[in-house]
Design a protein around this ligand. Structure first.
Ligand SMILES: Nc1nc2c(ncn2[C@@H]2O[C@H](COP(=O)(O)OP(=O)(O)OP(=O)(O)O)[C@@H](O)[C@H]2O)c(=O)[nH]1
Ligand SMILES: [Mg+2]
Length: 205
C-alpha cells in the first residue's frame, strides 16, 4: 500500500470510550520501549507522528492512526514499565483487554519483542490475551540492528520457544535504522486488508 495520508484520529485514555470504527484495524502491542511507536512511524514513512521516547512509558493511551482513509494502525500502551504504580499497570491491562474484546474490526495484531531479550512474563501474558480473544499475533523482533547477523536465528528461535507460538507463526526481524522487515510487515497488512475488504463486500451484498 502506498501511503497517501496519515493522521492521528483518536486518542483514548483509561476512561474513554473506544471508537466504533468500520475500517480495518491493525494493532501493535508490546512492552514499553520495545519500539511500537517507532515501527508505526517507519511503516507510515513519518519521522515523528507517533511520539517516541528513549524513556519507557511514552504511549499511555490507545492511539488510532488513520491510514489513507482505508484502515487504522492502533498503537497500544506499553506494558511492563516498572516506574508506574501497580494500579496504573492494572488500568492499562484493562484498557488493552477492553480494546481487544470490543473492537469489531481488529483483524491483525503485531506483538513486538526486543530481538536481544528472551520474552518475559508480561510478553507471555500479552500473547495469551491475544489468543484468548481469538487472534494469532504475528511477532516482530525489533531493534534487529543491535545484534550480529550471526545471532539472529538463535534469538528468533528463543522467542518462538519462550512464547510457545502457534505453529507457523511468523517472527519478523525489524530495524528502524535499516528498515529491514518493513516490506514483509506491509505484505501481511496488505493481505489482511484484502481479506477484510472482501468480507465487507460479502456483507453488503
Ligand atoms: N537501534 C534501534 N532503536 C530503536 C528501534 N526501534 C525503536 N528504537 C528506540 O527505542 C526507543 C523506544 O522506542 P518507542 O517507539 O518510543 O517505544 P514504544 O514501544 O512506543 O514505547 P512506549 O510508548 O513507552 O510503550 C527509542 O529511543 C527508539 O529510538 C530499532 O529498530 N533500532
Ligand atoms: Mg510508544
Amino acid at each position: 500500500m502506498k501511503i497517501k495520508s496519515v493522521n492521528l484520529e483518536t486518542v483514548c485514555g483509561i476512561t474513554s470510550k473506544m471508537p466504533e470504527n468500520d475500517k480495518l484495524e491493525v494493532a501493535f502491542a508490546g512492552r514499553s520501549n520495545v519500539g511500537k511507536s517507532t515501527l508505526i512511524n517507519g511503516l507510515m514513512n513519518r519521522k515523528s507522528l507517533a511520539r517516541t521516547s528513549s524513556q519507557p512509558g511514552k504511549t499511555q493511551t490507545v492511539n488510532f492512526y488513520n491510514i489513507n482513509d482505508l484502515l487504522y494502525f492502533v498503537d497500544l500502551p506499553g506494558y511492563g514499565y516498572a516506574k508506574v504504580s501497580q494500579q496504573t499497570v492494572e488500568k492499562w491491562g484493562k484498557m488493552i483487554n477492553r480494546y481487544l474484546d470490543g473492537s469489531k474490526v481488529l483483524r491483525l495484531i503485531f506483538l513486538l519483542v526486543d530481538i536481544r531479550h528472551k520474552p518475559n512474563q508480561n510478553d507471555l501474558q500479552m500473547y495469551e490475551w491475544c489468543t484468548h480473544y481469538g487472534f494469532n499475533p504475528i511477532i516482530i523482533a525489533t531493534k534487529a540492528d543491535k545484534i550480529k547477523r550471526s545471532q539472529k536465528a538463535k534469538q528468533i528461535k528463543q522467542i518462538k520457544e519462550t512464547l510457545q507460538v502457534v505453529e507457523g507463526t511468523p517472527v519478523i526481524p525489524y530495524s528502524s535504522m535499516t528498515k529491514e522487515g518493513r516490506e514483509e510487515i506491509w505484505e501481511y497488512i496488505d493481505m489482511v486488508y484484502e481479506g477484510f475488504s472482501q468480507e465487507q463486500d460479502l456483507q453488503s451484498e
